[in-house]
Design a protein around this ligand. Structure first.
Ligand code: CDP
Length: 205
């Protein structure tokens, strides 16, 4: 059985939490594709050219402790605008999407470019202010010194770059279910996502 769940959306909208919960609910594998771009971005911080960084990527790079830092997030969205970097990551993501047993991938272009044939597509979003508050709480809990204006500016800058790039810009697929989590708590958001995937699974039988 193959079934792909594509979960796209902007920074800190809740994609990661929803994706993990959906994968656990259905027993599917989960790939956070943002980690691929973060791992490449992280390697460029010491001056490694982005294309060298993506070609040298190994599984252990996805385990690095600082992948969630704001510096790495910024570097990730910069390397993510380079078509050759994106191209180098396509085959791995496509193979993961079609693996046996079902897969959930979260990112920016899963439903539009990586797996347009995904059986279930969600675009998870929320207002920039709500997303910045959520990201601030995560960063403070991880011991990062920052404040709301800085996080909001980072989120807006990254959204603009992710939406504005020529190659695989962030946008909902035409057939995506848009899930605005601005006023939903996590349980409610997960319940909606699970219902969408359940409907896709039933349609497949
Ligand atoms: O966790 P958050 O939503 O803040 O970011 P992420 O999903 O880890 O992605 C980090 C950056 O990688 C994004 O700002 C995008 O520029 C890039 N990305 C992408 O271009 N395509 C993807 N499929 C996933 C991430």
């Amino acid at each position: 059985m193959t079934l792909t769940v594509a979960i796209d959306g902007p920074a800190a909208a809740g994609k990661g939490t929803i994706s993990k919960a959906v994968a656990a609910h259905f027993g599917f594998a989960h790939l956070d594709t943002g980690l691929l771009y973060r791992a490449v971005g992280r390697r460029t911080l010491d001056g490694t050219p982005a294309l060298d960084a993506v070609l040298a990527l190994v599984a252990a790079d996805l385990e690095a402790g600082d992948l969630r830092s704001p510096e790495v997030a910024r570097a990730a969205s910069q390397v993510a605008a380079i078509p050759e970097v994106r191209a180098a990551l396509v085959d791995f993501q496509r193979a993961f999407a079609r693996r046996q047993g079902g897969a959930v991938l979260d990112g920016r272009d899963i439903g539009t470019v990586i797996c347009p044939e995904a059986e279930a597509k969600l675009f998870v979003t929320a207002s920039a202010e709500v997303r910045a508050e959520r990201r601030l709480a995560e960063l403070l809990a991880a011991g990062v010194e920052t404040d709301l204006p800085e996080v909001l500016a980072d989120v807006r800058e990254r959204d603009a770059r992710d939406e504005g790039r020529a190659d695989a810009p962030m946008r909902p697929a035409d057939d995506a279910h848009v899930l605005d989590t601005s006023t939903l708590d996590i349980d409610a958001a997960v319940a909606r996502a699970v219902a969408i995937v359940e409907a896709a699974r039933t349609a497949q039988d």
